[in-house]
Design a protein around this ligand. Structure first.
Ligand SMILES: [Zn+2]
Ligand SMILES: [Zn+2]
Length: 239
C-alpha cells in the first residue's frame, strides 16, 4: 500500500515530496547546483589561440572549457550521491571569435527522491595576448642560431630542418619560436625566443651534420636578481 501525497504547490499526486514539494515544483524554485563566476570571460590569445585557465595558458578545446566549468560547480549540501555531466561546444562567431555553449547536468538524491537538473551557459572568450606571444611579438630573443654553409641549397635545407625542430619543441616550450630570420652571406641568423630550445635544436642539427655547435655569448644586461644576463649564439656549420 502506498501513501499518495499531494504537492501543496501544484496539487499533483506524488509519491515523494522534496522539501515539501513535488520534484517539478522544487526544481522550479531551487537549484541543486551553481557555477562560480560563470559570467567571467575566459581570456584567449589571438595569436596562438591558447586560453588562460587556472593561471595557465593551455590549448583551446571543448574539453579544456568543460573541465574548467566542472571545477567551478558547487552542489547544495542536501544533495547526495551527485553525478555531474558537463559538455562544452564551440559556437562559431563572426570575426573569428569563438565562444562556448556549455551544458551542465547534475543528478543526485534529496529526501530519497532522485532529482535531475540541467542548465545551459554561454562562456565568452575575450581577446588577449599570452605572455610568450607578447614577448615574441616584441622581437624577444634569448638566443641566436647561426646556420652556416657554402652551398645556397644546403642553407635552405638547414633552414627548413631548423624550423621543423623549433616547431617540435614549441608544444613543451611556448617560447620555442623563430622570431626573425635574417639572410646572411653564408647562411642564416635565426632569432630564437627560448634559449633552452636553441640549445636542444642546435645540438640536434649538429648531430645531423656530424659536427659540433660553437657557442658564444654576449652580455646584454642584468637579470632581476642582479646576475649578468647573456644572449647566447649557437653556430652550426655544414661542411
Ligand atoms: Zn508540484
Ligand atoms: Zn599566445
Amino acid at each position: 500500500m502506498s501513501f499518495e501525497k499531494f504537492c501543496p504547490n501544484c496539487g499533483k499526486e506524488t509519491e515523494w515530496l522534496v522539501k515539501g514539494k513535488c520534484a517539478d515544483c522544487f526544481l522550479k524554485s531551487n537549484s541543486i547546483f551553481s557555477v562560480k563566476n560563470v559570467s567571467d570571460k575566459i581570456l584567449h590569445c589571438g595569436r596562438c589561440s591558447k586560453v588562460l585557465l587556472q593561471g595557465k595558458w593551455i590549448a583551446r578545446s571543448e574539453k579544456a572549457v568543460a573541465n574548467e566549468i566542472e571545477s567551478r560547480i558547487k552542489l547544495i549540501p542536501d544533495l547526495q550521491g551527485a553525478k555531474i555531466f558537463v559538455e562544452a561546444e564551440k559556437i562559431g562567431r563572426q570575426n573569428g571569435k569563438e565562444d562556448f555553449s556549455v551544458k551542465v547536468k547534475v543528478i543526485g538524491i534529496i529526501d530519497s527522491q532522485v532529482i535531475e537538473q540541467e542548465k545551459g551557459y554561454i562562456i565568452e572568450l575575450q581577446g588577449n595576448i599570452c605572455d610568450p606571444c607578447m614577448r615574441l611579438a616584441s622581437d624577444y630573443r634569448e638566443a641566436i642560431i647561426q646556420l652556416r654553409t657554402n652551398s645556397k641549397k644546403d642553407a635552405e635545407t638547414m633552414l627548413h630542418e631548423t624550423e621543423e625542430l623549433i616547431k617540435e619543441e614549441n608544444s613543451k616550450d611556448p617560447l620555442s619560436a623563430i622570431v626573425k630570420t635574417i639572410k646572411v652571406r653564408n647562411g642564416f641568423d635565426l632569432w630564437i625566443g627560448s634559449k633552452k630550445s636553441a640549445v636542444k635544436v642546435s645540438r640536434k642539427l649538429a648531430k645531423l651534420y656530424d659536427t659540433r655547435p660553437t657557442v658564444s655569448n654576449k652580455l646584454i644586461g642584468q637579470n632581476k636578481d642582479g646576475s649578468d644576463k647573456y644572449r647566447f649564439t649557437f653556430c652550426v656549420k655544414k661542411l
